[in-house]
Ligand binder design. Structure first.
Ligand SMILES: NC(=O)c1ccc[n+]([C@@H]2O[C@H](COP(=O)([O-])OP(=O)(O)OC[C@H]3O[C@@H](n4cnc5c(N)ncnc54)[C@H](OP(=O)(O)O)[C@@H]3O)[C@@H](O)[C@H]2O)c1
Length: 283
């Protein structure tokens, strides 16, 4: 029997990579090899239980990266800007060994954060690595945590505090990213050398607020905060988040139609909020 194709998934113990690993694991003809710095952590053990091969790998170690990519058909690469708040560190992770290791791969799908337009394309494309750049939009899950509406101090309503002016913000549930990426892996010839921007839909902050109001039965409004005021809020990453919104003001191309083709079950924001109503019971 022919041996199975191996796809390596970086960041699989996290949101994005986890979604991708779980979606690819559904294809019993593929061996999913996941990278983690700690093979004993619950997320790693859960993936092993689902059939993944879990391998200790630190993206900062060239030896580790070369080892895990040996014999692989493809890889989904996630780097983590937020760990060091450093572009230089992140770019180093992209280039660290992955270049040597993947040049002989047949097909490779890479995703890096696209914040402020920096991506792995600049590292891989000039040397001819076959890759698809998967560009993401804001996770709907952010509305359950950092972007959860905040009680207004001057009335019986809640503020959605996002410095987007009136410009639509593309969004998607993390859970819907994996099936879309798995579709890309199934049709490499269609997507190699291209960038694919994933988005379930693009809404203004007031439209997000309206959906929250309708679904939760509370009044939620766009706070109309500016990026300049937002970055002064003082929490770790406030400046980076404001910069991310400035980047989104430029309307980076995300393809809602293609996303729905790649994952026909992709959820709208309205469906997402309905499914997660329980998280808002403290409003
Ligand atoms: N929030 C959003 O709306 C949004 C949207 C698009 C893109 N993004 C960006 O996408 C990226 C990934 O996001 P996420 O939500 O999936 O992050 P996450 O849940 O925090 O997961 C981070 C993953 O990176 C792995 N990792 C970190 N440093 C590593 C290293 N040195 N070597 C190997 N693995 C390492 C971690 O694995 P171990 O700890 O197991 O080693 C973990 O699996 C971030 O840069 C994020 O900013 C976020």
């Amino acid at each position: 029997m022919a041996s199975k194709k191996v796809i390596v998934v970086f960041g699989a113990t996290g949101n994005q990579g986890g979604s991708v690993a779980r979606a690819i694991l559904e294809d019993k003809n593929i061996c999913v090899r996941v990278a983690t710095r700690d093979v004993t952590k619950p997320a790693a053990v859960a993936l092993q239980d689902l059939g993944a091969e879990v391998v200790k790998c630190d993206l900062n170690s060239k030896e580790d990266v070369n080892g895990i990519l040996k014999g692989a058909y493809g890889a989904f690469l996630v780097t983590n800007f937020w760990e060091g708040y450093s572009k230089e560190k992140e770019v180093k992770q992209v280039g660290n060994g992955t270049i040597d290791a993947v040049t002989s791969s047949l097909s490779s799908v890479y995703s890096v954060r696209t914040l402020m337009g920096r991506g792995s394309g600049g590292v891989f494309c000039p040397i001819g690595v076959p890759m698809t750049s998967v560009r993401l939009s804001a996770y709907f899950e952010n509305f359950l945590t950092l972007w959860k509406p905040v009680k207004a101090s001057d009335g019986d309503y809640y503020n959605l505090i996002l410095p987007m002016k009136d410009i639509p913000l593309d969004g998607i549930s993390v859970a819907d990213i994996g099936p879309a990426v798995a579709s890309i892996f199934r049709s490499p010839e269609e997507f190699l050398g291209k960038a694919v921007g994933l988005s379930a839909e693009a809404l203004t902050v007031q439209q997000y607020a309206d959906i929250l109001s309708k679904t939760l039965g509370k009044v939620v409004k766009d706070s109309k905060i500016t990026p300049e005021a937002y970055e002064k809020l003082g929490f770790p990453g406030a400046k980076e988040m404001a910069d991310m919104m400035r980047f989104y003001h430029m309307r980076p191309d995300r393809d809602v139609q293609l996303t729905h083709k790649l994952n026909p079950k992709v959820k709208s924001f309205s469906q997402f909020v309905s499914e997660n109503k329980g998280v808002f019971t403290d409003l």
